[in-house]
Design a protein around this ligand. Structure first.
Ligand SMILES: Cc1cc2nc3c(=O)[nH]c(=O)nc-3n(C[C@H](O)[C@H](O)[C@H](O)COP(=O)(O)OP(=O)(O)OC[C@H]3O[C@@H](n4cnc5c(N)ncnc54)[C@H](O)[C@@H]3O)c2cc1C
Length: 604
């Protein structure tokens, strides 16, 4: 560990452990990105989280909170400090009568599900899997598929965040409502969510049924019951077969009935499909045949010929098998635009450019299936709407997800050509990308798509983290942060002056990790490593920090340094109680390690 960090760690709350390791290799679930954080920290208490934040502030490090790493983009990559709350995952309070539950934010959905079941409770809605942390699910706007539900986070009643100044703040619809709306989709950029209070409901079972249908019959039923006849509905579209698997589920009192095992749910089918996808990376033109074979074996070769049914507890029955590593590119658009979106994309993939009206060639392109078609309706939401909610504010939302598998972690050759056209179509239809997934939208586009809501989110973010401790390249690329401009032409040095802790990407390269396939290693700027070049200046600042933490006043010499250095009295005091009412602004610049000026280290 950097001796300067070690020195600080022993000074701040010496009785509180700092559980950090320095050899952690982080990767996303899909192994699309790898990164090697300087420190990987696994706190077990609020005091440990506060010590970590204080230490990061003193040592001028960026902090990234990672849940289960299921977001496939570089959102959670860092060469700085990575925090994981897997050891901060207790259920703190459950009221079986009201269904109100308070948890530590690191708990995974499946562990929460198991604990709630002991009290006769469950979550009302789930997405495809339950491996994610609850805080991660909230932070990116994870959704399931039901017009009777909005985002999974609509069950959240209040959140407690640890801010960059070490202050704990609780927010809800009535306390700090702007912070609440910002934190409901925070992109990890506001602080560390440490506690969550949510509304659960009594456990229920779902009876589900799925069958294969012609795409035309699905589109014909679009406005006449496809999405409204059942509580949960999702559609898997097979573009070359021009058919779709329609799955629907409702609450039931029927006895449990386990689902039948299907082709790729068994070991043989799983590996056969995986190897066919791997072969298709070399011979993409076999993909329509793979679609016919695998989905025929799985769901029947003819429409309506095979029906699969089961009755399961909701916490397992709403999930599905996501199979292999994948790229996912998912967008939210008004539900009524669904038939047009699907008809045009289908035409483009099947060689009918006149109907497609997509200005890119699909020559030689073959893609994977299924394209996931799901819905939600956040207008029914009783909690305040997150500022960055991608769903339609005026009615039901359709989610279209262009999944591409990465067999044996190898990228499919169609990715760039497919996603360029898919994203173009989504933009043409006024759609907004799912924050967790692989999209290429620029900050200017996103600013336009969110308008005043984005401005509000940015304002709250800036208030709670003015130095950019929770920001990285993903945020820089995607958001119009202070010092950036929406025309993408900002000189980077302005951003770094405005947000001195923001971590920029230095480079990305093919991961030099055994078995990483085509995964990329993300490398951040590691600016603190060049501090030695500052020599005396850094030493003087470190000495000043020691003096400040010992209660001494800062010398006149220190005040003259170029890096802002606060009076000892202006350092933010550690807060011990959760603030219900408001949050203080930070004492920025409280540093024991000085970062070099931006221009001296950045490689443009
Ligand atoms: C196989 C698979 C299936 C999926 N299914 C669905 C689906 O059905 N519906 C859907 O909408 N999405 C789905 N996703 C996307 C997934 O739900 C999101 O990526 C979610 O954010 C992952 O949660 P996580 O715990 O892995 O968070 P991570 O990916 O680790 O982090 C996501 C964001 O949350 C932030 N964060 C995490 N913990 C905290 C904290 N304590 N405080 C502050 N910020 C925090 C991180 O900094 C980051 O910005 C799926 C992804 C995969 C890989």
């Amino acid at each position: 560990m950097d001796p300067a960090v070690l020195r600080e760690a022993t000074r701040i709350d010496p009785a509180v452990p700092f559980r950090a390791s320095s050899d952690h290799l982080h990767h996303t679930w899909a192994q699309t990105f790898f990164s090697r954080p300087e420190l990987y920290v696994r706190p077990r208490s609020i005091d440990e989280i506060r010590k970590l934040v204080t230490l990061a502030r003193h040592c001028r490090r960026r902090l990234v909170t990672v849940g289960s790493g299921h977001s496939p983009s570089d959102l959670t990559c860092t060469s700085s400090w990575l925090v994981n709350l897997d050891d901060f995952n207790r259920v703190l309070e459950v009221s079986p009568e009201t269904g109100v539950v308070t948890i530590e934010a690191g708990i995974r959905l499946r562990d929460l599900g198991a604990r709630l079941e002991e009290h006769g409770l469950t979550l009302s809605n789930l997405g495809s899997i339950d491996s994610q942390s609850v805080a991660g699910v909230i932070s990116t706007g994870t959704h399931g598929s039901s017009l009777q539900h909005g985002l999974i986070s609509e069950c959240i009643l209040s959140l407690t965040l640890m801010l960059a100044n070490g202050q704990l703040v609780r927010c809800s619809a009535t306390n700090n409502p702007s912070l609440f709306r910002a934190a409901l989709i925070s992109l990890g950029a506001l602080g560390i969510i440490v506690e969550i209070t949510l509304q659960a409901e009594p456990t229920f079972k779902v009876a589900w049924r799925q069958t294969r249908r012609q795409l035309s019959s699905v589109l014909n039923e679009w406005t006449s019951g496809l999405w409204t006849s059942h509580e949960f509905v999702r559609v898997w579209w097979m573009p070359y077969e021009k058919s779709a698997v329609v799955w629907h589920a409702d609450k039931t009192d029927l006895p449990l009935r386990p689902p039948p095992r299907l082709f790729y749910g068994e070991t043989l089918g799983y590996h056969v499909y995986h190897n066919l996808l791997a072969l298709a990376n070399y011979f993409p033109r076999i993909l329509p045949w793979v679609e016919w074979l695998v989905f025929g074996l799985q769901y029947g070769f003819k429409a309506e010929a095979t029906v699969t049914e089961a009755v399961e507890p909701a916490r397992s029955g709403l999930l599905m098998n996501c199979l292999y590593s994948q790229f996912v590119n998912e967008w939210a658009l008004p539900l009524e635009k669904g038939p047009e979106a699907i008809t045009r994309l289908s035409a483009w993939l099947n060689g009918d450019p006149a109907t497609a009206r997509i200005p890119f060639s699909a020559d030689g392109l073959y893609v994977h299936c299924p394209i996931e078609v799901r819905v939600s309706d956040s207008t029914r939401n009783q909690t305040p709407r997150p500022f960055l909610d991608p769903t339609s504010p005026n009615g039901p939302t359709l989610y279209l997800n262009a999944t591409l598998y990465r067999p044996y972690l190898r990228d499919p050759p169609c990715k760039d050509q497919y996603y360029e056209a898919f994203e173009w179509l989504m933009r043409d239809l006024g759609a907004r990308p799912h924050w967790a997934k692989n999209f290429l939208s620029t900050r200017a586009e996103l600013k336009h798509l969110y308008g005043p809501d984005m401005d509000e989110w940015l304002k709250v973010r800036q208030d709670v983290d003015p130095d950019g401790m929770f920001l990285g390249e993903w945020h820089y690329r995607t958001l119009v942060l202070p010092g950036t401009s929406s025309d993408e032409s900002d000189p980077s040095s302005t951003v770094m002056a405005a947000l001195p802790l923001l971590e920029r990407e230095k480079t990305r390269r093919k991961a030099d990790v055994r078995g990483a396939g085509d995964g990329m290693e993300w490398i951040g700027d590691r600016r603190w490593e060049t501090k030695e070049e500052l020599g005396d200046q850094a030493a003087a600042h470190a000495a000043a920090a020691a003096a400040a933490s010992a209660g001494a006043s800062v010398s006149a010499l220190e005040k003259e340094k170029s890096h802002p250095w606060p009076e000892a009295s202006s350092l933010s005091p550690p807060t011990t109680a959760t603030s219900e009412e408001s949050f203080d602004l930070l004492a920025s610049g409280e540093a024991s390690i000085v970062l070099p000026e931006y221009d001296s280290w950045v490689k443009e």
